[in-house]
Design a protein around this ligand. Structure first.
Ligand code: NDP
Ligand SMILES: O=C(O)C1=N[C@H](C(=O)O)C[C@H](O)C1
Length: 259
Protein backbone atom coordinates (compact mmCIF):
# COMPACT_ATOMS: atom_id res chain seq x y z
CA UNK A 1 0.00 0.00 0.00
CA UNK A 2 1.40 3.42 -0.99
CA UNK A 3 0.27 6.56 0.80
CA UNK A 4 -0.40 9.57 -1.41
CA UNK A 5 -0.51 13.30 -0.63
CA UNK A 6 -2.43 15.25 -3.24
CA UNK A 7 -1.40 18.90 -3.56
CA UNK A 8 -4.19 20.90 -5.18
CA UNK A 9 -6.80 18.28 -4.29
CA UNK A 10 -9.69 20.75 -4.51
CA UNK A 11 -8.88 21.88 -8.07
CA UNK A 12 -10.26 20.63 -11.38
CA UNK A 13 -7.40 18.16 -11.86
CA UNK A 14 -6.98 17.51 -8.14
CA UNK A 15 -10.57 16.29 -7.87
CA UNK A 16 -10.10 13.86 -10.78
CA UNK A 17 -6.93 12.66 -9.08
CA UNK A 18 -8.75 12.19 -5.77
CA UNK A 19 -11.32 9.95 -7.48
CA UNK A 20 -8.57 8.05 -9.28
CA UNK A 21 -6.52 7.32 -6.15
CA UNK A 22 -9.70 6.42 -4.22
CA UNK A 23 -10.36 3.80 -6.93
CA UNK A 24 -6.88 2.23 -6.73
CA UNK A 25 -6.79 -0.72 -4.31
CA UNK A 26 -3.08 -0.38 -3.50
CA UNK A 27 -3.03 3.42 -3.02
CA UNK A 28 -4.49 5.54 -0.26
CA UNK A 29 -4.89 9.30 0.07
CA UNK A 30 -3.47 10.13 3.47
CA UNK A 31 -3.13 13.90 3.11
CA UNK A 32 -3.96 16.86 0.93
CA UNK A 33 -2.52 20.34 0.52
CA UNK A 34 -5.03 23.03 -0.46
CA UNK A 35 -4.73 26.59 0.86
CA UNK A 36 -8.45 27.27 1.22
CA UNK A 37 -9.80 23.88 2.27
CA UNK A 38 -11.52 23.71 5.63
CA UNK A 39 -10.95 20.22 7.08
CA UNK A 40 -14.68 20.11 7.94
CA UNK A 41 -15.45 20.16 4.19
CA UNK A 42 -13.40 17.03 3.39
CA UNK A 43 -16.41 14.95 2.39
CA UNK A 44 -17.48 17.46 -0.26
CA UNK A 45 -14.14 16.79 -1.96
CA UNK A 46 -14.44 12.97 -1.68
CA UNK A 47 -11.82 12.81 1.07
CA UNK A 48 -12.19 10.32 3.90
CA UNK A 49 -12.18 11.28 7.58
CA UNK A 50 -8.64 10.04 8.09
CA UNK A 51 -7.19 12.32 5.42
CA UNK A 52 -5.01 15.04 6.90
CA UNK A 53 -5.73 18.50 5.51
CA UNK A 54 -2.87 20.99 5.24
CA UNK A 55 -3.33 24.59 4.14
CA UNK A 56 0.36 25.48 4.21
CA UNK A 57 3.42 23.68 2.92
CA UNK A 58 5.27 24.46 6.14
CA UNK A 59 2.60 22.66 8.25
CA UNK A 60 2.98 19.31 6.48
CA UNK A 61 4.13 16.27 8.41
CA UNK A 62 6.35 14.63 5.76
CA UNK A 63 5.96 11.13 7.21
CA UNK A 64 2.28 11.22 6.20
CA UNK A 65 2.85 9.96 2.62
CA UNK A 66 5.20 8.17 0.21
CA UNK A 67 4.11 9.89 -3.01
CA UNK A 68 3.48 13.60 -3.67
CA UNK A 69 0.96 14.14 -6.49
CA UNK A 70 0.95 17.78 -7.59
CA UNK A 71 -1.76 19.61 -9.52
CA UNK A 72 -1.41 23.10 -8.08
CA UNK A 73 -0.29 26.39 -9.58
CA UNK A 74 2.86 27.51 -11.40
CA UNK A 75 3.85 29.78 -8.48
CA UNK A 76 3.83 26.89 -5.96
CA UNK A 77 5.09 23.84 -7.84
CA UNK A 78 8.83 24.44 -7.50
CA UNK A 79 8.74 24.79 -3.69
CA UNK A 80 6.34 21.83 -3.45
CA UNK A 81 8.58 19.46 -5.39
CA UNK A 82 11.67 20.65 -3.55
CA UNK A 83 9.89 20.00 -0.26
CA UNK A 84 8.82 16.54 -1.40
CA UNK A 85 12.34 15.53 -2.45
CA UNK A 86 13.96 16.98 0.66
CA UNK A 87 11.57 14.96 2.79
CA UNK A 88 11.76 11.61 1.00
CA UNK A 89 8.47 11.77 -0.93
CA UNK A 90 8.38 10.72 -4.60
CA UNK A 91 6.94 13.54 -6.73
CA UNK A 92 4.46 12.94 -9.56
CA UNK A 93 3.94 16.38 -11.06
CA UNK A 94 1.33 17.55 -13.53
CA UNK A 95 1.54 21.23 -12.65
CA UNK A 96 3.04 23.31 -15.43
CA UNK A 97 5.17 26.44 -15.26
CA UNK A 98 8.54 25.18 -13.94
CA UNK A 99 11.43 27.00 -15.63
CA UNK A 100 14.23 24.99 -17.27
CA UNK A 101 16.54 26.05 -14.43
CA UNK A 102 14.08 24.95 -11.74
CA UNK A 103 13.52 21.63 -13.51
CA UNK A 104 17.27 21.00 -13.75
CA UNK A 105 17.78 21.90 -10.09
CA UNK A 106 15.04 19.47 -9.04
CA UNK A 107 16.50 16.69 -11.19
CA UNK A 108 19.89 17.20 -9.54
CA UNK A 109 18.26 17.20 -6.10
CA UNK A 110 16.48 13.91 -6.91
CA UNK A 111 19.78 12.39 -8.05
CA UNK A 112 21.54 13.43 -4.88
CA UNK A 113 18.73 11.94 -2.80
CA UNK A 114 18.38 8.80 -5.01
CA UNK A 115 14.65 9.45 -5.29
CA UNK A 116 12.47 8.79 -8.32
CA UNK A 117 9.85 11.15 -9.66
CA UNK A 118 8.05 12.26 -12.79
CA UNK A 119 7.19 15.65 -14.24
CA UNK A 120 4.69 15.32 -17.10
CA UNK A 121 3.53 18.46 -18.90
CA UNK A 122 0.70 16.34 -20.23
CA UNK A 123 -0.63 12.99 -18.96
CA UNK A 124 -2.87 12.47 -22.00
CA UNK A 125 -1.92 9.91 -24.63
CA UNK A 126 -3.12 12.10 -27.52
CA UNK A 127 -0.79 14.91 -26.42
CA UNK A 128 2.16 12.57 -25.85
CA UNK A 129 1.69 11.22 -29.37
CA UNK A 130 1.20 14.69 -30.83
CA UNK A 131 4.56 15.77 -29.40
CA UNK A 132 6.27 12.66 -30.77
CA UNK A 133 4.74 13.05 -34.23
CA UNK A 134 5.47 16.79 -34.30
CA UNK A 135 9.12 16.18 -33.53
CA UNK A 136 9.30 13.65 -36.36
CA UNK A 137 7.54 15.98 -38.83
CA UNK A 138 9.82 18.91 -37.94
CA UNK A 139 12.79 17.05 -39.47
CA UNK A 140 11.09 17.48 -42.86
CA UNK A 141 9.03 20.64 -42.29
CA UNK A 142 11.10 23.31 -40.49
CA UNK A 143 8.35 25.95 -40.92
CA UNK A 144 6.06 25.39 -37.96
CA UNK A 145 3.74 27.23 -35.58
CA UNK A 146 1.88 25.96 -32.51
CA UNK A 147 -1.65 26.92 -31.45
CA UNK A 148 -2.85 25.81 -28.03
CA UNK A 149 -6.43 26.33 -26.87
CA UNK A 150 -7.50 26.06 -23.24
CA UNK A 151 -10.31 26.85 -20.81
CA UNK A 152 -10.57 30.47 -19.70
CA UNK A 153 -9.38 29.71 -16.11
CA UNK A 154 -5.94 28.52 -17.14
CA UNK A 155 -3.32 30.53 -15.26
CA UNK A 156 -0.21 29.99 -17.36
CA UNK A 157 0.54 30.72 -21.00
CA UNK A 158 1.81 29.18 -23.10
CA UNK A 159 0.66 25.78 -21.93
CA UNK A 160 3.35 23.42 -20.67
CA UNK A 161 2.49 21.09 -23.53
CA UNK A 162 2.95 23.79 -26.18
CA UNK A 163 6.30 24.78 -24.71
CA UNK A 164 7.42 21.15 -24.57
CA UNK A 165 6.30 20.69 -28.18
CA UNK A 166 8.37 23.69 -29.25
CA UNK A 167 11.41 22.40 -27.34
CA UNK A 168 11.15 18.97 -28.99
CA UNK A 169 10.83 20.56 -32.43
CA UNK A 170 13.75 22.89 -31.73
CA UNK A 171 15.97 19.87 -30.94
CA UNK A 172 15.61 18.46 -34.45
CA UNK A 173 14.73 21.12 -37.00
CA UNK A 174 17.34 22.60 -39.30
CA UNK A 175 18.55 26.17 -38.65
CA UNK A 176 15.75 28.29 -39.90
CA UNK A 177 15.02 31.97 -40.60
CA UNK A 178 11.58 33.53 -40.61
CA UNK A 179 10.63 36.42 -42.89
CA UNK A 180 12.97 39.33 -41.96
CA UNK A 181 10.57 41.90 -43.48
CA UNK A 182 7.69 40.94 -41.21
CA UNK A 183 6.16 43.71 -39.05
CA UNK A 184 3.35 43.76 -36.46
CA UNK A 185 0.83 46.59 -36.62
CA UNK A 186 -0.83 45.13 -33.50
CA UNK A 187 1.64 44.19 -30.73
CA UNK A 188 1.87 40.47 -30.06
CA UNK A 189 -0.27 39.46 -33.01
CA UNK A 190 2.35 36.98 -34.28
CA UNK A 191 2.34 35.16 -30.95
CA UNK A 192 5.07 34.17 -28.51
CA UNK A 193 8.44 33.08 -29.80
CA UNK A 194 10.45 30.04 -28.67
CA UNK A 195 13.69 29.96 -30.67
CA UNK A 196 11.80 31.15 -33.74
CA UNK A 197 8.80 28.86 -33.24
CA UNK A 198 5.64 30.94 -32.86
CA UNK A 199 3.22 29.83 -30.12
CA UNK A 200 -0.35 31.17 -30.01
CA UNK A 201 -2.41 30.76 -26.82
CA UNK A 202 -6.21 30.85 -26.99
CA UNK A 203 -8.29 31.02 -23.78
CA UNK A 204 -12.04 30.49 -24.11
CA UNK A 205 -14.90 29.09 -22.05
CA UNK A 206 -16.10 25.73 -23.31
CA UNK A 207 -12.61 24.52 -24.19
CA UNK A 208 -10.65 22.07 -22.01
CA UNK A 209 -7.18 21.44 -23.56
CA UNK A 210 -6.34 21.30 -27.27
CA UNK A 211 -3.27 21.78 -29.42
CA UNK A 212 -2.50 22.09 -33.11
CA UNK A 213 0.93 21.99 -34.68
CA UNK A 214 0.90 23.51 -38.17
CA UNK A 215 3.67 22.74 -40.63
CA UNK A 216 3.93 24.51 -43.98
CA UNK A 217 6.01 23.47 -46.99
CA UNK A 218 6.15 24.28 -50.69
CA UNK A 219 2.56 23.86 -51.87
CA UNK A 220 1.57 21.64 -48.95
CA UNK A 221 0.78 21.70 -45.24
CA UNK A 222 0.53 19.24 -42.40
CA UNK A 223 -1.58 19.79 -39.29
CA UNK A 224 -1.34 17.60 -36.20
CA UNK A 225 -4.08 18.12 -33.62
CA UNK A 226 -5.03 16.66 -30.29
CA UNK A 227 -8.08 17.34 -28.11
CA UNK A 228 -8.69 16.60 -24.45
CA UNK A 229 -12.47 16.95 -24.19
CA UNK A 230 -12.56 15.78 -20.58
CA UNK A 231 -9.97 15.88 -17.78
CA UNK A 232 -10.59 12.16 -17.30
CA UNK A 233 -8.33 11.78 -20.36
CA UNK A 234 -5.32 12.58 -18.18
CA UNK A 235 -6.05 9.96 -15.53
CA UNK A 236 -4.70 6.82 -17.22
CA UNK A 237 -1.33 8.59 -17.46
CA UNK A 238 -1.51 9.66 -13.82
CA UNK A 239 -2.33 6.06 -12.82
CA UNK A 240 0.71 4.67 -14.65
CA UNK A 241 2.90 7.35 -13.06
CA UNK A 242 1.68 6.53 -9.55
CA UNK A 243 2.28 2.83 -10.17
CA UNK A 244 5.76 3.26 -11.67
CA UNK A 245 7.29 6.17 -9.77
CA UNK A 246 8.73 3.80 -7.18
CA UNK A 247 10.79 2.06 -9.88
CA UNK A 248 12.60 5.27 -10.86
CA UNK A 249 15.87 6.39 -9.31
CA UNK A 250 15.71 10.07 -10.31
CA UNK A 251 13.23 12.67 -11.53
CA UNK A 252 12.35 12.22 -15.21
CA UNK A 253 10.45 14.57 -17.50
CA UNK A 254 7.75 13.32 -19.89
CA UNK A 255 5.18 10.54 -19.55
CA UNK A 256 6.72 8.78 -22.56
CA UNK A 257 9.78 7.96 -20.41
CA UNK A 258 7.76 5.48 -18.35
CA UNK A 259 5.40 4.04 -20.96
N1 NDP B 1 0.07 17.45 -16.79
C1 NDP B 1 -1.20 17.37 -17.19
O1 NDP B 1 -1.62 16.42 -17.88
C2 NDP B 1 -2.13 18.45 -16.79
C3 NDP B 1 -1.66 19.50 -16.07
N2 NDP B 1 -2.49 20.49 -15.67
C4 NDP B 1 -1.87 21.51 -14.83
O2 NDP B 1 -2.27 21.25 -13.49
C5 NDP B 1 -2.31 22.48 -12.76
C6 NDP B 1 -3.65 22.58 -12.03
O3 NDP B 1 -4.68 22.74 -12.99
P1 NDP B 1 -6.20 22.83 -12.53
O4 NDP B 1 -6.56 21.68 -11.69
O5 NDP B 1 -6.98 23.10 -13.77
O6 NDP B 1 -6.16 24.16 -11.63
P2 NDP B 1 -7.21 24.64 -10.51
O7 NDP B 1 -7.07 26.12 -10.44
O8 NDP B 1 -8.53 24.06 -10.74
O9 NDP B 1 -6.65 24.01 -9.15
C7 NDP B 1 -5.50 24.50 -8.51
C8 NDP B 1 -5.36 23.83 -7.15
O10 NDP B 1 -4.14 24.29 -6.55
C9 NDP B 1 -4.41 24.77 -5.24
N3 NDP B 1 -3.47 25.84 -4.91
C10 NDP B 1 -3.56 27.16 -5.22
N4 NDP B 1 -2.48 27.81 -4.73
C11 NDP B 1 -1.72 26.88 -4.10
C12 NDP B 1 -0.50 26.93 -3.40
N5 NDP B 1 0.17 28.07 -3.24
N6 NDP B 1 -0.01 25.78 -2.85
C13 NDP B 1 -0.68 24.61 -3.01
N7 NDP B 1 -1.86 24.51 -3.67
C14 NDP B 1 -2.35 25.63 -4.22
C15 NDP B 1 -5.86 25.24 -5.28
O11 NDP B 1 -6.37 25.23 -3.96
P3 NDP B 1 -7.41 26.34 -3.45
O12 NDP B 1 -8.65 26.12 -4.27
O13 NDP B 1 -7.55 26.04 -2.01
O14 NDP B 1 -6.79 27.68 -3.74
C16 NDP B 1 -6.48 24.15 -6.15
O15 NDP B 1 -6.73 23.01 -5.37
C17 NDP B 1 -2.02 23.58 -13.77
O16 NDP B 1 -0.67 23.92 -13.73
C18 NDP B 1 -2.33 22.92 -15.11
O17 NDP B 1 -1.60 23.46 -16.17
C19 NDP B 1 -3.82 20.47 -15.96
C20 NDP B 1 -4.35 19.46 -16.70
C21 NDP B 1 -3.55 18.35 -17.19
O1 LIG C 1 -4.26 23.80 -17.52
C1 LIG C 1 -4.69 22.83 -18.19
O2 LIG C 1 -5.89 22.57 -18.29
C2 LIG C 1 -3.70 21.96 -18.85
N1 LIG C 1 -2.45 22.14 -18.60
C3 LIG C 1 -1.37 21.40 -19.14
C4 LIG C 1 -0.50 22.28 -19.98
O3 LIG C 1 -0.27 23.45 -19.60
O4 LIG C 1 -0.01 21.85 -21.01
C5 LIG C 1 -1.81 20.14 -19.81
C6 LIG C 1 -3.09 20.27 -20.58
O5 LIG C 1 -2.85 21.05 -21.69
C7 LIG C 1 -4.18 20.85 -19.71
Amino acid sequence: MANVLIAGATGAMGQKAVDLVNSMPDMEITAVLAPHLDAADREQYHLGEGVKVFNLLTDIDPTVADIWLDFTVPSAVYENVKYALNNGLLPVVGTTGLTDEQEQELIELSESKHLGGLIAPNFGMSAVLLMKFAQEAAKYFPDVEVIEMHHADKKDAPSGTALSTAKLIDQVREPHESNPDETESLAGVRGGDYHGIKIHSVRLPGYIAHEQVLFGGAGEALTIRQDSFDRQSFMSGVKVALEKVGDLDHLVVGLEKIL
